[in-house]
Design a protein. Structure first.
Length: 126
């Protein structure tokens, strides 16, 4: 009877860690945009540098536990929560208070806060 090779678990773990890092990066970008913060403003709020936030948002670095906790506390304060999905994705839950708090904040790249009077995509750059 031939001997089977064991599946390469290191690849599975490596891929899983990469996907988790990319999902976290997407959460940081999304939450920062909803909160109306620049990378520098977010960095100042949680005691990091703009460069560190940039690296997190690109998925280029594994966040420290203290960083994750600080970001989650800020998100909660801003009315932003994330629900992890079984397939590795996530769902954003954004309370209406998050929008009310950012209505007077400068929107990066000229993006509106929400749908325009002409429909959901009105005013968005494509």
């Amino acid at each position: 009877m031939p001997v089977r090779n064991a599946p390469d678990r290191s690849f599975d773990l490596s891929n899983l860690m990469r996907m988790e890092r990319l999902a976290f990066a997407a959460k940081v970008r999304l939450a920062r945009a909803v909160a109306g913060l620049s990378q520098s403003e977010l960095a100042a709020r949680i005691g990091m540098t703009q460069r560190s936030i940039h690296k997190l948002e690109q998925g280029g670095t594994e966040p420290r536990r203290a960083t994750v906790v600080a970001l989650e506390m800020l998100w909660r304060e801003k009315g932003i929560e994330f629900e992890d999905l079984v397939d590795g994705g996530f769902r954003a839950v954004i309370r209406s208070s998050a929008f009310e708090a950012t209505t007077s904040v400068h929107r990066p790249h000229g993006l509106p806060l929400g749908p325009g009077p002409d429909g959901p995509s009105a005013g968005y750059r494509t």
